[in-house]
Design a protein around this ligand. Structure first.
Ligand code: ADE
Length: 237
């Protein structure tokens, strides 16, 4: 997969993709990440990337032109007139549809080229949305200072689902949200730490019992922290 991230703060991404699974995926050429400075595509002498909103009001709006120029530059460098079929152009914004694991899975499975545009200020000129964006995505019901942290989140969650990115093929299947429950608790050595013992069943070697325990604990954790995940369409638990 190729991921291009368009931002006015390219330094923000410094080393953020240089660790763990994401680093390994890059080194193995499972993903190539390219950070593009929108400011380089501003044409006026002050390299402005934002301006006051038509109609008045607080804050500034990101201008359409530098973003269009940056995208057209990407098309040019790929020596094609349009993006490869299936390319997804994502705007990270609090107005987007909420990011869920099923949506992440869909992105990881269906595209090999993901372009992300990081919004800032009060928003992005809506003509960017109208002409360029295939997906407007929010990572949660809160307002970040900009789309950059959201782009890091989106890149991370997608990359770890790419074929061969995780060490073991089963790791992602047991993640929270991959089924209807949160993940169960995990323990590692020592079996006793500061008087706290690992549940006996995990030391028993009885795999059927361990599976039952994990399922029960996953259910308990889900009830406690995310009861909304257990409520059916008719409101029953
Ligand atoms: N930009 C600002 N807030 C955001 C959010 N919650 N998700 C994605 N991008 C954002």
């Amino acid at each position: 997969m190729r991921i291009d991230i368009l931002t006015i703060f390219p330094e923000f991404f410094g080393q953020v993709f240089d660790f763990g699974i994401i680093r390994r995926a890059r080194l193995a050429n499972i993903v190539e990440i390219n950070v593009v400075d929108i400011r380089e595509f501003a044409t006026d002498k002050h390299r402005m990337t934002d301006d006051r909103p038509f109609g008045g009001g607080d804050g500034m709006v990101m201008k359409a032109e530098p973003i269009f120029n940056a995208i057209e530059h990407l098309l040019g460098t790929s020596e094609r007139k349009s993006f490869p079929v299936g390319t997804r152009v994502v705007l990270l914004s609090p107005q987007g549809r909420p990011l869920k694991q099923a949506g992440v899975r869909e992105l990881a499975d269906s595209t090999s080229y993901l372009v992300m545009i990081c919004g800032r200020y009060e928003g992005v000129d809506e003509r960017v949305n109208e002409a360029l964006i295939t997906d407007e995505i929010s990572i949660g019901d809160y307002v970040l200072s900009g789309g950059e942290p959201a782009a890091v989140v989106l890149a991370d969650v997608v990359i770890r689902l790419l074929p061969d990115a995780l060490g073991s093929a089963t790791s992602a299947e047991n993640d929270s949200f991959s089924n209807e429950l949160l993940d169960c608790p995990h323990y590692t050595r020592p079996a006793e730490f500061r008087g706290m013992r690992v549940p006996d069943v995990l030391l028993s070697g009885d795999h059927a019992e361990i599976e039952k325990w994990r399922r029960r604990m996953a259910l308990e954790k889900t009830k406690k922290n995310r009861p909304d995940l257990l409520i059916g369409e008719n409101g029953e638990m």
